[in-house]
Design a protein around this ligand. Structure first.
Ligand code: NAD
Length: 349
């Protein structure tokens, strides 16, 4: 089977590429990535020489390129992760999100419809999405697969748009598809604009820890390798035209998560208790900030038998160890443009 994985040099994509390349010697994995600020070939260096792996540098916004790649490689399936993925960036540049997340997705859908005409062959367009499309929850309740879409940020609106296009192509052109909506991921290789790696990096560098609003925003957290395992399972066992919610059964208010992270970091760095917490700095809230997300992952659990393999404490410890052992990776990705972005975003320092 020839599988096109998009965004495989990014955070989640790199774990998905590694899983598929290492586990399925009989598949060929094509990793298409534009290598934006968030894409880094270092993330998948360990598989670059594998016989069943090919890296393709390219932009999903380029419809001609996408068409030519489908023609040349005759992909059997797509696992689509390439996206602009950071909510804060979507507030300052929404069009970049419309382009990649909506138009880029439609380019891939168009090529799939055009080249997947042979009904004797099995095809699948597997679209990776987020729980943020559902909008915000109150103090109680969970997002299920039937919760209506109610996106509040340009990022979540663009992901919602792409989800709708995938379903529409399923209905209109009979494209075989699956969509999964996952909660917040954390783990090795995540770009340090996102909360957990940002805070690990800031604690190491003794910089302020910027906390939005009252810090009581609630998210469900899932270790990235568990998400990659879920994607593997859904790709092989999921039912066409279905949506599966993926989550960690692991809700945390930001401030409690940050305090836990500070505690573990103090221990790992051999610092006096409370050293990292003293860096916490409350900043003005993000506009349109959703109060609470929480995933009901019962369907994937009962129908496909998936559940997370690590506890939050285990995943967090693994993640912190990885960042402390890979300071060079962190230094490389936080040089250059990142500095301007950081100064602009948090307006502290
Ligand atoms: P990321 O930002 O770390 O990686 C995105 C990758 O896509 C990068 O390698 C980047 O170079 C590539 N890319 C961006 N624009 C491209 C373009 N126009 N053409 C080709 N490649 C392009 O993102 P991530 O956190 O790994 O997220 C991957 C997917 O999972 C996204 O679709 C995201 O919406 C979804 N998701 C993320 C989370 C999370 O917590 N990170 C949770 C649920 C769903």
């Amino acid at each position: 089977m020839k599988i096109l994985i998009t965004g495989g040099a990014g955070f989640i994509g790199s774990h998905v590429v590694r899983t598929f390349v290492n586990k399925y010697a009989n598949y060929h994995i094509y990793n298409l990535d534009a290598l934006t600020y968030a894409g880094n070939l270092e993330n998948i260096k360990d598989v670059e020489d594998c016989d069943n792996y090919t890296f393709l540098k390219g932009d999903i916004n380029d419809a001609d390129l996408i068409d030519s790649l489908f023609k040349k490689y005759d992909f059997d399936a797509v696992i689509h992760l390439a996206a602009e993925s950071h909510v804060d960036r979507s507030i300052s540049d929404p069009l970049a999100f419309v382009r990649t997340n909506i138009i880029g997705t439609v380019n891939l859908l168009n090529a799939s419809v055009k080249y997947w005409k042979d009904s004797s062959k099995k095809h699948l367009f597997y679209h990776i999405s987020t729980d943020e499309v559902y909008g915000t929850l109150g103090e109680t309740g969970l997002f299920t697969e039937t919760t209506s879409y109610d996106p509040n940020s340009p990022y979540s609106a663009s992901k919602a748009g792409s989800d709708h296009f995938v379903r529409a192509y399923g209905e209109t052109y009979k494209l075989p598809y699956i969509v999964t909506n996952c909660s917040n991921n954390y783990g090795p290789n995540q770009f340090p604009e996102k909360l957990i790696p940002l805070f690990i990096n800031n604690i190491v560098n003794k910089k302020p820890l910027p906390v939005y609003g009252d810090g009581k925003f609630t998210r469900d957290w899932l270790f990235v390798e568990d998400h990659a395992a879920a994607i593997d399972l859904v790709f092989h066992k999921g039912l066409e035209k279905e949506t599966y919610n993926i989550g960690g059964f692991n809700e945390w208010q930001n401030i409690d998560l940050i305090k836990l992270l500070c505690k573990i970091m103090d221990e790992k760095l051999g610092q006096e208790a409370g050293t990292s917490e003293a860096l916490i700095t409350y900043i003005t809230d993000r506009p349109g900030h959703d109060r609470r997300y929480a995933i009901d992952a019962t369907k994937i659990n009962t129908e496909l038998g998936w559940k997370p393999s690590v506890t939050f404490e285990e995943g967090l410890a693994k993640t912190i160890d990885w960042y402390l052992d890979n300071k060079e990776w962190l230094e490389n990705v936080t040089s250059g443009n990142y500095r301007d972005y950081y100064q602009n975003m948090y307006k502290i320092d």
